[in-house]
Design a protein around this ligand. Structure first.
Ligand code: XMP
Length: 521
């Protein structure tokens, strides 16, 4: 159960594939209006039942002329709900309302200048463009183009490659643009979206961090009442924010369980102690289980077996801790909105069994409490900051559930974990010092279990190399290796070799995903 959103002004973003819908939904929320993503198969009756203040038809990778192209129920455009079509969305609207979509043009990709249709009185031709200049740069990515607006609609803007770059039919509440207002490259894109939301659809900006917290607190109280509730803490941002929210709602009915697998980053266990026991005064069970995890991993080199062993050990340890607590009926789960979106695209093939540690078996008989299930990651962070969680937790980069074990390429020993943790701490410290920590999706050290020859002082050494892995990414599905400055690389190399015993060489991973993955295992 998440927040009760029934009374909020709500925008439904119809998903035609790729990542466009998520970006639009996030931009709408940045304008403080609640938004939800719905699959393109939604019917007009289902749309009406959700009583949206507006509908946005997203972009998508297909052409309306392609066989099997995703098309919405045409009756959605007859509902009288203010509707904005973006990119593929403008083409869908044009086609369904009797305009013409053509693929004879040359298409447009990247930045281009949008010219607004002239108006004899000199005022902007559309309320959408009220707050932008008469010509401005927009981001285009289309092959097909609308060449004729539907009957009754008025063309409000054009570009060199798109004679109908925007049209509207005020009477029916239908607005459409070929360019992408949701991307940062479109000047004034956010203002344009806001004009649609506030002026056209009459939405009120009620979706704020404070209102999110208030609504979550209310929902958790209504669900949990006077019962006891358990929250597993991982050291990451999601479980931390979920715990802080639940604590605000039900105070000492909450007990947090932190399983120290011995495979965490430097300082994580201390940070969890200091924040939850120290700052928030939450009842915290700290299970120190490093030896048990290491014992289970003895001699295991296969990555998937490591994941399985760690996942199972985690479940056993957590079950035991929960059994000691006796009477708890509820369990907090840090599910986020992107985990539950019913998307317009097929799920990507699974490359690794991302056995998320903390994904507990259903036979534990807990009822789940999911206070973050309506939120995007950036909203979770904003909530965390407002609740007073330390920046180090709120802005922590993602970390795999099996922890350092899948960054030791080969068998895991206590000594190797020590080496990797020390090298990783230097990477994090230097990346932070260079001001790059938040820009990078992940930056960390990897320890391949091989040895290389080196020379230190007058001595020949035979020790491990450490690999630096730093990537940029939006969602971990694809990633690019980060171009780290040379002076930073030099500091990393010299500090790791000098400060971490057992390491005599530093290498840099310059592989993108695909063909590599972000982790080495
Ligand atoms: P890859 O290596 O597949 O990783 O490019 C994509 C993202 O997933 C994280 N990752 C994991 N997360 N359990 C997790 O909870 C896992 O077993 C696991 N393996 C990889 C990885 O850190 C990256 O953010």
């Amino acid at each position: 159960m998440g927040i009760d959103t029934s009374e909020l002004d709500k925008v439904l973003v119809v998903d035609f594939g790729a990542q466009y819908a998520q970006l639009i939904a996030r931009r709408v929320r940045e304008a403080h209006v609640y938004s939800e993503i719905v699959p393109h198969t939604i019917t007009a009756a289902q749309v009406a039942a959700r009583r949206p203040a507006a509908v946005i038809l997203s972009g998508g990778p297909k052409s309306v002329h392609q066989e099997g192209a995703p098309l919405p129920d045409p009756a959605i455009l007859e509902l009288g709900v203010p509707t904005l079509g973006i990119c593929y969305g403008i083409q869908v609207i044009a086609q369904q309302l009797g305009g013409v979509v053509d693929r004879s043009g040359r298409g447009e990709y990247g930045r281009t200048t949008l010219s607004l249709a002239s108006d004899p009185a000199g005022s902007p031709p559309s309320v959408l463009f009220d707050r932008v200049p008469p010509a401005f740069d927009v981001w285009m990515s289309h092959f097909d183009a609308v060449v004729e607006a539907p009957p009754g609609a008025r063309v409000t803007a054009s570009t060199p490659g798109a004679p109908v770059a925007a049209f509207e039919d005020q009477r029916r509440g239908i607005y459409a643009v070929q360019f992408h207002p949701e991307v940062a490259h479109t000047d004034g894109g956010q203002q344009m979206l806001e004009s649609f939301l506030y002026e056209v659809a009459g939405c009120r900006p009620t979706w704020t961090t404070t209102s999110v917290i208030d609504a979550s607190v209310e929902a958790v109280r209504a669900q949990v009442r006077k019962e006891r509730i358990i929250c597993g803490l991982s050291g990451g941002v999601d479980s931390a924010v979920a715990a802080a929210l639940v604590h605000k709602a039900v105070g000492d009915q909450l007990t947090c369980v932190f399983v120290d697998t011995g495979l965490l980053r430097a300082g994580e266990a201390q940070q969890v102690e200091a924040t939850f026991r120290g700052q928030f005064d939450i009842d915290l069970v700290h299970v120190k289980a490093a030896e048990r995890f290491l014992g289970g991993l003895n001699d295991i080199a296969d990555p998937e077996r490591k994941r399985k062993i760690i996942g199972e050990t985690f479940i056993r340890v957590f079950e035991e801790a929960a059994a000691d607590l006796g009477d708890a009926r509820f369990l907090v789960q840090g599910t986020l909105y992107p985990d539950i979106i019913e998307s317009g695209t097929e799920d990507a093939a699974r490359i690794k069994s991302h056995h998320n540690v903390g994904g507990l078996p259903e036979d534990m008989h807990f009822e789940l409490v999911e206070p973050l299930r309506n939120l995007f990651k950036d909203e979770v962070r904003a909530v965390g900051e407002e609740l007073g969680l330390p920046g180090e937790i709120v802005w922590r980069q993602p970390f795999p559930g099996p922890g350092l074990a899948v960054r030791i390429v080969g068998t895991v020993t206590a000594e190797r974990v020590e080496i990797l943790r020390a090298a990783d701490a230097i990477v994090t410290e230097e990346i932070r010092r260079a001001g790059l920590y938040r820009q990078l999706w992940q930056s960390f050290a990897v320890l391949p279990v091989v040895r290389t020859v080196g020379v230190q002082g007058d001595e020949r050494t035979y020790a491990h190399p450490v690999v630096i892995r730093a990537v940029t990414s939006d969602d971990a599905m694809t990633a690019d290796w980060a171009r780290l400055p040379y002076d930073l690389l030099e500091r990393l190399s010299s500090r790791i070799v000098n400060e971490v015993p057992g390491v005599n060489r530093v290498a840099l991973d310059i592989t993108s995903k695909p063909p590599g993955t972000i982790e080495w295992e």
